[in-house]
Design a protein around this ligand. Structure first.
Ligand SMILES: Cc1cc2nc3c(=O)[nH]c(=O)nc-3n(C[C@H](O)[C@H](O)[C@H](O)COP(=O)(O)O)c2cc1C
Length: 433
């Protein structure tokens, strides 16, 4: 199918196109439901809008927040989302996705604390409440680039991701994995010290924990069976839990429920059915995380931003032209989020990929929440373009077309280049390609 540019000046236009494609896009006229509180893990979140983790590649060489990191989070806090899911922060130096990815250590934990203090103060002053702030802890695995060039730590050879097979010694051993698990204990300790409300054991977008979920071909304790493939994630939780000392501090995950590669290399993919979505294992896993680790919410996502970025973030422009209508990608994400929420009605689900509909995005968020398809709506690229869209939604019930994200892929291009990432269209004085 040809690449389809955004051409929906009105909400009606978007609805008509979605109906024509039989796409599941519940678009609500009214957006008031976004401003109802939600109880999460003993806390009240003021509204249903979350900012998704967005790596800025703007940390110092030793992993502390830099000036642009502080600017981004100050802007985010000013805007007043109920929840800010802080970007990927490395658990180990060799697991950084770039030389400027954040990495929380004993030496820089105070810098993180100052950043969080500023966020809470700013939001309290501007909005009258502080956001819930969750830190995403990561091991970048296959996509590790701690010195700016690839130094992959892979779970197994994955042919769709290796044009030329990587050397066998890039496969991490079971002992390596055990050491990587231990790093989540230190991460949880530091995360509490910095003042985060909770920690995400990141398990998405084919970074290490996520890749292991599809390690069907890996021998040993971490591959093959469902129990083995989920072992690393659960052991990371166990390690992190062993360091929890602060009342109310919680663990959670941003989880890929669908990778978008054919079985046996993709998680959430039905065996023998091409790329068909099959959420049985993801639902089982989330249920187990809830039962064993009392996660108060789950952040649901899909895809691999390097291989099939349109699955993770439907978009319009750029060099990579997917063979899929962006609304078909959005349909897959919204159906997946809804299926998880309906399978686990007692666990609030945070849905992903709300930026594509531009000025209509708030109506999709409201439709999903009003219809009980998720509890919170997560915005990534839109938060870079115009975090203040929340004020427009609150005041006028709609977003401003002239300020919305145009899903051009510019922020992702900056990230891939290892340079500070932000919006090259709406924040041009700082970010340029
Ligand atoms: C520049 C950039 C940085 C990102 N960084 C992260 C990250 O640190 N962790 C993560 O889980 N997802 C990350 N993502 C994915 C986003 O959180 C989000 O899932 C994606 O952009 C789709 O949501 P959207 O349509 O609202 O943009 C990033 C995406 C972009 C474009």
């Amino acid at each position: 199918m040809a690449h389809t540019k955004f051409h929906y000046p009105t909400l009606e236009d978007l609805k008509t196109e979605a109906e024509g494609l039989n796409a599941f896009l519940p678009l609500a006229e009214k957006t008031d439901c976004l401003f109802t509180p939600l109880s999460l893990g003993g806390r009240t979140v003021e509204n249903r809008i979350a900012f998704q983790p967005m790596e800025g590649t703007d940390g110092t060489s030793t992993g502390a927040p830099g000036e642009l990191t502080a600017r981004r989070y100050h802007r985010f806090a000013q805007a007043g989302p109920g929840l800010i899911w802080f970007e990927a922060v490395a658990t180990l130096p060799q697991a950084r996705a770039s030389a400027h990815q954040l990495w929380l250590t004993d030496e820089n934990v105070d810098a993180f604390k100052r950043l969080l203090d500023d966020m809470r103060e700013t939001s309290l002053k501007e909005n009258g409440y502080a956001p819930l702030i969750v830190m995403q802890s990561t091991n970048s695995g296959r996509y590790s680039k701690p010195r700016g060039v690839p130094e992959p730590l892979i779970a197994y050879h994955c042919p769709p991701l290796e044009d030329t097979p990587l050397p066998d010694d890039r496969i991490v051993t079971d002992d390596d994995l055990k050491r990587f698990e231990d790093a989540y204990a230190a991460a949880a300790r530091l995360c509490q010290q910095a003042g985060f409300d909770g920690m995400d054991v990141k398990c998405c977008h084919r970074y290490l924990a996520c890749e292991l979920l599809s390690a069907y071909t890996r021998p040993g304790e971490y591959g093959g069976s469902y129990e083995n493939r989920t072992r690393f994630l659960k052991n990371c939780y166990r390690a992190a839990r062993s360091e929890i000392t602060r009342q109310g501090f919680f663990l959670t995950s941003r989880l890929n429920v669908y990778d978008g590669f054919a079985y046996p290399y993709g998680f959430g993919v039905r065996e023998g059915a091409g790329l068909a979505v099959d959420l049985q294992e993801p639902i089982r896993l989330i249920g187990e995380l809830k039962a064993a680790f009392d996660i108060p919410l789950i952040n649901v996502t899909m895809g691999n931003p390097y291989k099939n970025p349109h699955v993770n973030r439907p978009y319009d422009h750029g060099n990579y032209v997917p063979d899929e209508h962006p609304l078909t990608g959005l349909d897959r994400m919204m159906r997946g989020v809804s299926e998880i929420q309906h399978a686990l009605p007692d666990l609030p689900v945070l849905g992903s990929a709300f930026s594509y509909p531009r000025q209509h995005a708030g109506h999709l968020a409201a439709g999903m929440i009003d219809g009980g398809h998720c509890a919170m709506a997560g915005f990534g690229r839109m938060a870079f373009a115009d975090p203040e869209f929340i004020h427009d939604l609150r005041r006028f019930g709609r977003m401003d077309e002239k300020k919305a994200c145009v899903t051009c892929g510019g922020c992702a291009a900056l990230l891939r280049a290892g340079t500070p990432a932000g919006c090259v269209v709406r924040d041009r004085e700082v970010y340029r390609l």
